[in-house]
Design a protein around this ligand. Sequence first.
Ligand SMILES: *[C@@H]1O[C@H](CO)[C@@H](O)[C@H](O)[C@H]1NC(C)=O
Ligand SMILES: *[C@@H]1O[C@H](CO)[C@@H](O)[C@H](O)[C@H]1NC(C)=O
Ligand SMILES: CC(=O)N[C@H]1CO[C@H](CO)[C@@H](O)[C@@H]1O
Length: 770
Amino acid sequence: MASSAWAICCLLGSLLFHRGSPSPSASVPRLRLSYRELLSANRSAIFLGPRGSLDLRAMYLDEYRDRLFLGGRDAIYSLQLDQPWADPREVLWPPQPGQREECVRKGRDPLVECANFVRVLQPHNRTHLLACGTGAFHPTCALIAVGHRGEHVLHLEAHSVESGRGRCPHEPSRPFASTFVGGELYTGLTADFLGREAMIFRSGGARPALRSDSDQNLLHDPRFVMAARIADNSDQNDDKVYFFFSETVPSPDGGPGHVTVSRVGRVCVNDAGGQRVLVNKWSTFLKARLVCSVPGPGGAETHFDQLEDVFLLWPKAGKSLEVYALFSTVSAVFQGFAVCLYHMEDIWEVFKGPFAHQDGPQHQWGPYGGKVPFPRPGVCPSKMTAQPGRPFGSTKDYPDEVLQFARAHPLMFRSVRPRRGRPVLVKTHLAQQLRQIVVDRVEAEDGTYDVIFLGTDSGSVLKVMALQSGDSAEPEEVVLEELQVFKVPTAITEMEISVKRQMLYVGSRLGVARLKLHQCETYGSACAECCLARDPYCAWDGASCTRYRPGTSKRRFRRQDIRHGNPALQCLGQSQEEKAAGPVATTTVFGMEHNSTFLECLPKSPQAAVRWFLQRPGGQGPDQVKTDERVLQTEQGLLIRRLSRLDEGTYTCTTLEHGFSQTVARLALEVIVAAQLNSLFHRGQRLEEPPARGSLASTPPKAWYKDILQLIGFANLPRVDEYCERMWCSSRSRGKQAKGKSWAGLELGKKVKSRVQAERNRTPREVEAT
Ligand SMILES: *[C@@H]1O[C@H](CO)[C@@H](O)[C@H](O)[C@H]1NC(C)=O
Ligand SMILES: *[C@@H]1O[C@H](CO)[C@@H](O)[C@H](O)[C@H]1NC(C)=O
Ligand SMILES: CC(=O)N[C@H]1CO[C@H](CO)[C@@H](O)[C@@H]1O
C-alpha cells in the first residue's frame, strides 16, 4: 500500500516536472482578491440570511423567473437576481410536530440532524416549486407557490405537505442527486433510515413509482453527484436521465478488498418496468466506468477515481454535449485533483459496446461474447424498437429474456475515457481541496476558451484555463484569479453560472454569493497589464481594459493575447496610453548610514519575476543589484541591512513576465552620513540645556533643523515628510517599512516633523532668512 502510494507520488512528481510550463509559478494565481476587496469593488454580493447563516443544502437558479431559490435549515428563501439582495422572501418550514423529538429519541444529533434541511428545490410548474427536506429524519415534500414571472412571492401550500420518502434522503449531508422531468422526480439516494438502501427512484407522476432492483446489488455504496435529462437524439422517446456517481465495488480482478470507481449510469424516461420480471423496477438501467487518469511510462496510470462534481456544457445548436468532471484521488497519503472532459458521443459509444460479464464472483470481468437479445437491453422503446412486426412500444412488452439479461448485465465492459486520453487539468500540492466545477466557453479574439471555475473547501473560487498548445499533450495551466468569496474558510457546496448575467452563484453552508465572472479594470490601467492578465473576458480597447465582446464595435481596435500573453507584440504603439496612465515617477528616499532601509516594490502579479537595478551617481549603465546577507530581496521589496555611502543611487524595480519587462518602482536613495548626523546631535545638545538622563531626544536644537535641511537640500523640502515617515516616524501601521528605528529616533522624528510643518507654513524666503 505504502509503496504504491509512493509510486503514485513519484510518477506524478515526474510528470509535473516535465510539464515545461513557461513560468515556474504558473499555478500561482495571477491575481488574488480578498473577501473585502471583492465586496468593495462590487465584484461580489453576499446573502447569509436573517440569522447570519442559512445552513444551505440546496440552490436553484431560475433564469425564467429571474430568481434564486435557496434551501436551508427549516427555511426556504427567494432572491431576485437583478436586485440588491436586501429584499429576500422567506418561508419557515420546520419539521412536523413531534418529529424533532422523535429524531432525538432515536439517537440522532439534535443540532446537526434533527431539523428540516431542505435538499430538493425543483421547478414543478409555472407557478410552483417542489421542495423536499429531511424533516428531522422524516423526509417530507411540499409545493411552494412562487408566483408568475415578475412576481416576488413565496409561500408553502400547507395542503400539499406529504411524505418525501424516496425523494429526499434522511440525512442532511449524504451525497444525493435529483432532477425533475415531465412531472416526475428522479433521485439517486439511500432511501431508508439507516442509509443502506441505495437506489435510483422515480416518483410523483401518474405512473407507478419505479426503483432499482435491490436483489441485484446494482449500486454499491454510491455517492451521487448529479442527475440530468439528456436527449440522445431527436426522438424524444429516446430521452434518458443520466446519473453521475462513484461507487465502492469489490476488487474488479476478483482479488480481496474494495476499490472506488466513478460511473455514469442511465435510465430511459419512458421506462415503465417489466411485466413479469422487474415489475416496478428499472428495466433499462445501465452503467459504465468514467476514467480520469494520467498516463505514465510503461502503461502505468495515476487514477483519480472519486467523482467530486460534474458540469454539463450545453452546446450551441448542432454540437454534442460536453461533460466536465472534477475528480480526486482516493489515496490517504497523496491528495490530488483532476478535471477531465468527456464528449457525450464517447459515452454513447461505450453504451453501444459490449456488456461486462463475469462467470462467477471470483472470476475476472470480460466482454460478453454471446448473443445479445433484441431489443438490446438498455435501449428505450422508440421508433427503433417499434418497427413494423416488432411490437415493442413499452418496456412492459420486452421479452423476459431481455429483462433477465439487463438484470444480469448492468455494467458496460469498456470505460469512458476522457478527450485526449488525459485530464485537462491536474492539481497536486494544493493547500485546499476542490469541491465544485463550473465552466464557461468564452469567445476571444484568437479563439474559444473554456474558463474553469473551481470551488474550494476554503471559501474561495479559482478561475483557471487549460491551454492546449499545438502538439504538446500536456495543456498549459493558467490560473487567472483566486477569489476569496466567503470571509471564513468554508467548503463551497453549490455553484451555478448565469452566462446571460455573466455571474456565478456560489453557495456554502453559510450562505450564497453572487460573483461577477470578470472585472477587467482590476488588472490595471495599461495595455500591457491587460494583456498579461490573459483573461479571455478582457481586452485592451485602446483606452482601458474592458470586457471583450466578439463581433461588436469593429471601429475600436482590441488587443488581446490569451495564448501567449505577449504585450510586447500586442501593445506596440500603445505607449501613448501607457504614458497617459503615468510613467513611473522617481521617489526620493533617505537612509541613514549604518542603519537599515527598505525599498518597497509590490508587483501586481505574483507570477512575475522581480529584478532590481541600481544606477550609481556618475556610474555607467544600471547594474542588477546583487543580493547577499546584507542586501535581501523580499516579496515586498529590497531590504538593505547596513547602509553604506556606496549604496546611494537610483534603484529600479522591474518585473519580467512572458518576456515583457515593466518598471514598477523607481527610488532614488540618498544616504545621510553618520558622522554628519552625530556632529549635529552633539552640537545641538551642547547648545541647549543638558538632556534628560538616558534620552537622546531632548529638546531639539534650533540650529538642528537648518542643518538637516542643508544636508538634504532645500529642493527636497516637500519630501522631508516622506523622510520622517520612512526613517523615524514609522508608525505600527506602516510596520513593513519601519526597519531599524529606535525609540530615540522616533521621538526625534516627531519633533522634526512638527518643525517641518511649522517651517512649511512659512515661505521659502523666510526659511532662508532665519
Ligand atoms: C453593483 O453591482 C450590481 C450588480 O451588477 C449593480 O446592480 C449595482 O449597480 C452595482 N453597484 C455599484 C455601486 O456599482
Ligand atoms: C401548478 O401546480 C399546482 C399544484 O398542483 C396548481 O395548484 C397550479 O394551478 C399549477 N399551476 C399552473 C400554472 O398550472
Ligand atoms: C541599527 C542601527 O545601526 N542604528 C543606527 C542608526 O543610526 C543611528 C545614528 O547614526 C545610530 O546611532 C544607530 O546605532
